[in-house]
Ligand binder design. Structure first.
Ligand SMILES: *Cc1c(COP(=O)(O)O)cnc(C)c1O
Length: 377
C-alpha cells in the first residue's frame, strides 16, 4: 500500500457492526461485562477506547512500528515516553528542542532524577562525546525549530544501538508523510499531532509509535497508569486530519518552495533557513532521510524594528504560536517560543531579534507571495 492510500485505508476502517465508513466516536467511559472479566476487548476508556484505538492503529501503520499511542497533547506524549526511564538515567537531547520539551525535562522530570545533556545532534561527534555510563537514550528533533537544523537519524540510531541506547525522534516538523524514523533505525517516534496531523488548528494531541513489543507493553503501562489519554472526539478529528495529510503536505511543499524562492531573491531578507535550499548545510542529508522538506521556513529581516513593520503589514500570515495548519502563521522566535532563552545564548544559536518563522499554509501561493512582498517593502 502506498503512503497516500495508507493514510486513508490504514488502521481500522470504519465500523464493522454498522458498515459506517467513518470510525464512530465512541463517547463512552466504561463497557458492559458479561460476568467478571468477560468483555469485548474494552473495559474502561483510559485503558482503551475504540475510537482512540483506531487512531493508534492508524499512526502505527503510517510510521511502520509495532504499536501506537494517543495522548492529550504532544507534551503528554513526550512526558510519558521519558517516564519509561528511571531515577538516575541520563538522556541526550538536541540542543534546540521544542521549548516545552526543554522545560519538562529541566524543570519537571529533573525533579524525579532524570538527567539530561543538550547537544547539537547535527554533529554525531557531539552525541558520542555526551554518552555517559548512565545514558539510556538519544532524543532527536529534526528538523529543528526555528533554524531547521537536520540530524542524521540513521547514524544517530546506529550509534545508539552500538551503545545500548534507545533512539527517540520528535517527528512533528517532518510529519509521517515525509519522514519515518523507525525505518531509519529509531525505536520511538512521537508527534505533536496538534500541528500537521490535525492540520486545522482545532485539536491539541500527541502520538507515539514504538518499534518493539517490549516498548509497547511498557508505554501502555505508563499511558494507562498516568492517564494522559486522548478523548474520543479528538481521536476522531485526528483520523479525519490524517486522511488528507498526503495532499496537504504535497501542497504545503509546493507553496513553500515558491515562497523560499521569493524570499531568497528579496533584497530586504538577509538569510533564509530551509532544508530544501541547496546551500543548507544538511541539504543532501535532508533529501536522503526525508521525502519532503516541509512547510516551515525561518528568515532574517535584520532587526526588531523591521520585524515589527512586517508584522503590522501582513494580511494572510496570522501572528500566532503553533504551525502546520491550513492557514499560514507567522511568529517571532526571540519574542515568543524562545523568549525564555537569554539574549546572548539566543544570538549564539542564531535566533536573532530579526528572525521570523512562518508556517506556510494552503492559501493560493500567489496571494501569500503578494502579501509578503507588500509587507517587506
Ligand atoms: C508543539 C510541539 C510540541 C508540543 O506539542 P503540544 O501538542 O503543544 O503539547 C512538541 N514538539 C514539537 C516539535 C512541537 O512543535
Amino acid at each position: 500500500m502506498k503512503r497516500k492510500t495508507k493514510l486513508i485505508h490504514g488502521g481500522i476502517e470504519g465500523d464493522a457492526s454498522t458498515g459506517a465508513v467513518s470510525v464512530p466516536i465512541y463517547q463512552v467511559s466504561t463497557y458492559k461485562q458479561e460476568g467478571i472479566g468477560g468483555h469485548k476487548g474494552y473495559e474502561y476508556s483510559r485503558t482503551g477506547n475504540p475510537t482512540r484505538h483506531a487512531l493508534e492503529e492508524l499512526i502505527k501503520d503510517i510510521e511502520g512500528g509495532k504499536a501506537g499511542f494517543a495522548f492529550g497533547s504532544g507534551m503528554a506524549a513526550i512526558t510519558a515516553v521519558i517516564m519509561l526511564f528511571n531515577t538516575g538515567d541520563h538522556v541526550i537531547l538536541t540542543d534546540d528542542v521544542y521549548g516545552g520539551t526543554y522545560r519538562v525535562i529541566t524543570k519537571v522530570l529533573s525533579r524525579f532524577g532524570i538527567e539530561a545533556t543538550f547537544v547539537d545532534t547535527s554533529h554525531l561527534e557531539m552525541i558520542k562525546n555526551a554518552i555517559q555510563p548512565n545514558t539510556k537514550a538519544i532524543y532527536l528533533e529534526t528538523p529543528t525549530n526555528p533554524l531547521l537544523k537536520i540530524t542524521d537519524i540513521e547514524s544517530a540510531a546506529k550509534l545508539a544501538r552500538e551503545n545500548g541506547l534507545l533512539t527517540i525522534v520528535d517527528n512533528t516538523f517532518a510529519t509521517p508523510y515525509w519522514q519515518n524514523p523507525i525505518e531509519l533505525g529509531a525505536d520511538i517516534v512521537l508527534h505533536s499531532a496538534t500541528k500537521y496531523i490535525g492540520g486545522h488548528s482545532d485539536v491539541v494531541a500527541g502520538l507515539v509509535v514504538v518499534n518493539s513489543e517490549k516498548l509497547a507493553e511498557d508505554l501502555h503501562f505508563v499511558q494507562n497508569s498516568t492517564g494522559g489519554v486522548l478523548g474520543p472526539q479528538d481521536s476522531w478529528l485526528l483520523i479525519r486530519g490524517m486522511k488528507t495529510l498526503g495532499v496537504r503536505m504535497e501542497e504545503h511543499e509546493t507553496n513553500t518552495a515558491a515562497i523560499v524562492d521569493f524570499l531568497q531573491n528579496h533584497p530586504n531578507v538577509k538569510k533564509v533557513f530551509y532544508p530544501g535550499i541547496e546551500t543548507h548545510p544538511n541539504h543532501e542529508l535532508a533529501k536522503k532521510q526525508s521525502r519532503g522538506f516541509g512547510g516551515m521556513v525561518s528568515f532574517d529581516v535584520g532587526s526588531e524594528q523591521k520585524v515589527a513593520s512586517l508584522l503590522s503589514k501582513v494580511k494572510y500570515f496570522t501572528l500566532a504560536e503553533s504551525l502546520g495548519a491550513v492557514e499560514s502563521l507567522i511568529s517571532v522566535p526571540a519574542k515568543m517560543t524562545h523568549a525564555s532563552i537569554p539574549k546572548e545564548r539566543r544570538e549564539e544559536l542564531g535566533i536573532t531579534d530579526g528572525l521570523v518563522r512562518i508556517s506556510v499554509g494552503l492559501e493560493d501561493v500567489d496571494d501569500l507571495i503578494d502579501d509578503l512582498k507588500q509587507a517587506l517593502k
